[in-house]
Design a protein around this ligand. Structure first.
Ligand SMILES: [Zn+2]
Length: 289
């Protein structure tokens, strides 16, 4: 359903591009399209203008509408009529949801906020207490909620004792950062594939500030992490420090995501242990409650 509705704006988004192209073409006197040998100089101007636009790179858009879709896929998330939505207007909106989706209320510490493919955080939600991660190697400047960072430090230390040198590849991501991240993956692999491995803005647990993507030091490639014994160690031990692996193997149809053994979310040791023992994802737990 999400894919079906999601694809509609893509076509709608691309449509004005073609209309612009059509306008340029229609500015060309019809008889020039069937040159009969009596062309006047004034008739050349529309053609010269067209090639001038091509030189500016505008014509590239006419020739490659697919690339526009990726770059302007903000409109995929918008309820604003296609063509009126812009990056700014989408970012400024509290709700940019598709039909049937909801915006989560901001209540308490949001530890168990049910962020998934259907329910989104408000665009302007920024968790309190974001703290720069300095105690663990990161691949960039990363932030996490201070209260969660304490537990991540403990997990990091225990992993190191067990011989696993972990790093943080990604932690808190703002709504805007997630939009850019998702758009990147749409550009790389298309909308449908991006949906399986990345969240639309507002729908990412990373916006909570209690989630990290782990990697191996010096190697932030997720495939390498998945193939390493570290992934197995995390699956088995993360709950001891209050973390749950959100997207587990065999649960793809429930979570909507491919298995991501690197993506862990803090939910507290009590619940994390319960989830681990009962082989449940947080998604299943929150749906049951
Ligand atoms: Zn993640």
């Amino acid at each position: 359903m999400a894919e079906a509705t999601g694809f509609e704006p893509v076509r709608a988004c691309a449509q004005p591009i073609f209309e612009i192209g059509a306008l340029v073409h229609s500015a060309t006197p019809p008889h020039l399209l069937y040159y009969n040998g009596s062309m006047r100089l004034k008739h050349l101007f529309p053609i010269l203008g067209y090639f001038f636009l091509l030189g500016l790179g505008v014509g590239h858009r006419f020739a490659s509408p697919q690339e526009i879709v990726a770059k302007e896929s903000w409109e995929l998330f918008s309820t604003i009529p296609p063509g009126e939505a812009t990056q700014g207007s989408v970012l400024g909106a509290v709700s940019v949801l598709q039909a049937g989706e909801c915006v989560l209320p901001v209540e308490g510490k949001m530890i168990l906020a049910h962020v998934n493919k259907t329910c989104a955080l408000p665009a302007n939600y920024v968790p309190a207490g974001l703290t720069k991660i300095s105690s663990i190697p990161t691949t960039g400047t990363e932030y996490l909620r201070g209260d969660t960072l304490n537990y991540l430090n403990q997990l990091y230390g225990a992993a190191k004792t067990s011989g696993f040198n972990l790093s943080v590849v990604s932690a808190y991501r703002s709504y805007a950062t997630q939009a850019a991240t998702f758009n990147y993956w749409v550009g790389q692999s298309g909308y449908a594939a991006a949906l399986m491995g990345s969240a639309r803005p507002g729908h990412s647990e990373h916006q909570l500030g209690t989630v990290v993507d782990l990697g191996l030091i010096g190697n932030s490639d997720f495939a390498n992490f998945t193939a390493s014994p570290a992934a197995g160690w995390i699956a088995k031990n993360a709950s001891r420090f209050g973390f749950t692996v959100s997207y587990q193997p065999g649960k793809e149809s429930i979570t909507g995501y491919i298995s991501e053994p690197w993506h862990i979310r803090y939910v507290g040791t009590e619940l994390a242990t319960k989830l681990y023992q009962q082989k449940l994802t947080l998604e299943e737990y929150l749906t049951r409650e």
